[in-house]
Design a protein around this ligand. Sequence first.
Ligand SMILES: [Zn+2]
Length: 236
Amino acid sequence: MTEELFRQDAYLKSCEATVVGVADNAVRLDRTVFYPTGGGQPGDVGVLRRADGSTLAIADTRKGAAPGEIVHVPAPGQPALAVGEVVTAEIDWARRHRLMRMHTSLHLLCAVVPAGVTGGQIGDAKSRLDFDVGELVLDKDEIARKLNELIQRDAAVAPRWISDAELAAQPELVRTMSVKPPSGHGQVRLLDIAGIDLQPCGGTHVARTGEIGPVTIEKIENKGKRNRRVVVALAS
Ligand SMILES: [Zn+2]
């Protein structure tokens, strides 16, 4: 198991870690600040800094084959690390912070559009959610206005854990059919945006909605009779 430091503190930009595995173009550490691709959020990129100050570029982060395992994928042509070596793992914070702003904005979008989510993808400039809207008609300007209102409310954003049994008793909390929240030991991680949205989520988010900054609705695409794709972009 890799200790997932980003779950408790999404603002950690680096950590010291020990290399515990090197194989098939994948580096495993005992602990990491690198978020692995999942829940619609791309994996982190960054560097592993060695004791001599040289760096190894990490081009992607993914979940490993074993449960709870995270693998750091080096860019092509990087030097090999040795098991037992101590490194400083540093994420590309500018990119990650944009992903956190975008990710949090999608939670707010869930609160604005009263429909089930069938899919989604987070990017560092643009993101999308697909909704099963049924007969509901979506208005681009109205969604943009409501979304920016929620951002300006500057509500607190924080993770918390509930038991599987509590979640089973509140199935309405699960807004998306496409993403499985992190669970284990009978606990599920929820993301709570005070008074606005509460749903299972394992991603990284900003601490207050105001930190997202202004957003625009780029477009609403027709993806079939019942499905609409809403594309959100950071305005800055
Ligand atoms: Zn989330």
